[in-house]
Design a protein around this ligand. Structure first.
Ligand code: A5P
Length: 232
């Protein structure tokens, strides 16, 4: 028997949560497609349901998710061409157990993810249980998407809020560029006691385009374990 590692457990948890979320999608819905490894599993499962006859339109939060969906025969439409998004299924990097605030954006798609989430009637967040935390912010930076122009001063403004900011770089050492053509500054704040207050402060900084703190969105959080999935 092969050894079950943390990675195996996390993968099973992702699959369990994605499966339960995709079961909630119904004919005729407009569905927001998230980004990241967990959302990728959900898109694969949606592709299977579409192949079996499910009729949906989707809006993607990244070029990668759009490409994946199209390759599976899922219709992807422009967000500006839909009146509303019925449900969005997306992952998260951390979920604050008490407030259900989210940290998103380690995958770099936080701006489009927030626009899609904010335009969704229901936001379903799919995570394995390791993402749920009582120590929000202590082991995960808050990604902040910033305008390239003047980013050094924007980074300093973020530091002045009490974090250690780092400009994100790709494997080649160059600054990481988002789908929207911007930079990301990863901000290590330590324990975030009031996510909504911090989100408001970050968003008000000159040069900031969007923060990876998702607050007051009332997400339906589906947590996957090795054997089941449940709503937080
Ligand atoms: C993408 O920018 C992120 O917000 C992802 O949704 C988040 O990082 C979760 O990704 P995984 O499902 O790969 O952990």
């Amino acid at each position: 028997m092969s050894q079950v590692t943390d990675t195996d457990n996390a993968q099973l948890g992702k699959e369990m949560s994605a499966k339960l979320a995709v079961e909630l999608v119904e004919d005729g819905m407009v569905v927001g497609l998230g980004t990241g490894t967990t959302a990728k599993i959900a898109i694969d499962l949606l592709g299977q349901r579409v192949a079996q006859g499910l009729k949906i339109k989707t809006v993607a939060t990244s070029k990668a998710s759009s490409k994946q969906a199209l390759s599976l025969g899922i219709e992807v439409v422009d967000i500006n061409d839909v009146a509303e998004i019925n449900v969005t299924i997306d992952g998260a990097d951390r979920v604050d157990r008490s407030t259900r605030a989210l940290i998103k954006g380690l995958g770099g798609a936080l701006l489009r993810e927030k626009i899609v989430a904010g335009n969704s009637q229901t936001l379903i967040i799919i995570v394995d249980e390791r993402k749920i935390t009582d120590k929000f912010g202590t082991d995960c930076p808050v990604p902040v998407e910033v305008e390239k122009f003047g980013y050094v001063s924007t980074k300093q403004r973020l530091r002045d809020l009490g974090c250690e900011p780092t400009l994100r770089r790709g494997a080649d050492g160059d600054p990481f560029i988002t789908d929207g053509g911007n930079y990301i500054v990863d901000c290590q704040f330590g324990l975030i006691k009031d996510p909504a207050a911090l989100e408001a402060k970050i968003s008000h900084q000159i040069g900031v385009i969007e923060s990876g703190l998702f607050v007051n969105m009332d997400p339906k959080v589906i947590v996957g374990t090795t054997s089941t999935a449940f709503e937080l």
